[in-house]
Design a protein around this ligand. Structure first.
Ligand code: NDP
Length: 282
């Protein structure tokens, strides 16, 4: 089975659009999402455009704020502080990566945690690990939604997550743990990755290397979630999993493109609405 992230994301966006219409009537204003981009990295430009397009589709307001590559850290922090103060802005994100003169952690910490729709602020990270109410990062949320939609049973299953970044690997491992999976978190120093992956009932791969996962690394019937986004020399988007070799072995698999990516953007809309409701109802 191919898990059609594009279709699932569209259905969920449709539901969010209806919710937003209702809330806008009820509360007298739409949710707002400001997206800040520094520089003109083509991949980042394409991501922020998709984010703003999804926001417009759902009836979410806000702005795309484009800043020059040469902006200083202090100037960027000033823009973030201004967005933090905007009454009609409920969600704020700064597209990563940032130019080298800017310290990413300082920027993430400057975002009001109540508007931190990416869930990257330390207080949201801590809340997630402490099981307190938290904004959960969008990609892990999207993966959980795909597992739910594909009716993958989680309790007692062995989940292997390859990649331990703060934005994908660690939070998805935590969410799977919360669903009572037994979780192995693998990384670049993991010895014999193939042996570990081949024991996984659920395999989540977030590395950024094409064909990392081959057919013989996968257990028959396993659910494979391919988070990776890589561009081939001829310009095609591919994941971290060798799809043609793995799909015949897997029980279910996400494609790239059309798997985790669209869900990530839909979850950003969901997080924006959740932040809006919290601010409106406080
Ligand atoms: P990072 O570069 O932050 O992390 C990559 C991880 O992969 C690290 O933990 C690294 O290990 C591990 N790794 C590298 N080489 C190997 C190896 N040979 N064997 C096992 N593990 C290895 O990446 P991100 O988590 O930010 O992103 C991962 C991928 O997911 C990228 O392709 C990115 O574009 C994509 N992505 C997709 C999203 C979507 O919406 N679809 C959203 C976010 C990311 P170590 O820690 O030891 O260095």
């Amino acid at each position: 089975m191919i898990i059609d992230g594009k279709q699932i994301a569209q259905q969920r966006k449709e539901e969010l659009r209806k919710q937003v219409a209702g809330y806008t009537k009820q509360y007298g204003r739409a949710p707002g999402l400001d997206v800040i981009i520094v520089g003109e990295n083509p991949a980042s430009m394409s991501y922020v455009r998709s984010k703003r397009k999804a926001a417009a589709y759902c009836g979410i307001g806000g702005e795309l704020i484009q800043l020059p590559e040469t902006i200083s850290q202090d100037e960027l922090l000033g823009v973030i502080r201004a967005c933090n103060k905007k009454e009609d802005v409920d969600g704020l994100l700064v597209q990563l990566p940032l130019p080298e003169q800017i310290d990413v952690q300082t920027v993430l910490e400057a975002i009001d945690p109540a508007k931190d729709v990416d869930g990257f602020h330390p207080s949201n990270v801590a809340a997630l690990w402490l099981n307190d109410p938290a904004v959960v990062p969008c990609t892990p949320l999207g993966i959980m939604a795909l597992l739910e939609e594909s009716q993958t049973s989680l309790e007692g299953k062995h989940a292997v997550v390859v990649g331990r970044s703060n934005i994908v690997g660690k939070p998805i491992a935590k969410l799977l743990l919360d669903k009572n999976c037994t979780v192995t978190l693998a990384h670049s120093r993991t010895a014999d990755l193939g042996a570990i992956c081949s024991k996984a009932d659920i395999l989540v791969v977030a590395v950024g290397k094409p064909k990392m996962i081959t057919g013989e690394m996968v257990k028959q019937g396993a659910t494979i979630i391919d988070v990776g986004i890589n561009r081939t020399k001829d310009g095609r988007l591919v994941g971290d999993v060798d799809f043609d070799a793995v799909a015949p072995v897997a029980g279910a698999i996400t494609p790239v493109p059309g798997g985790v990516g669209p869900m990530t953007i839909t979850m950003l809309m969901q997080n924006t609405i959740a932040c809006y409701l919290k601010r409106i109802n406080k």
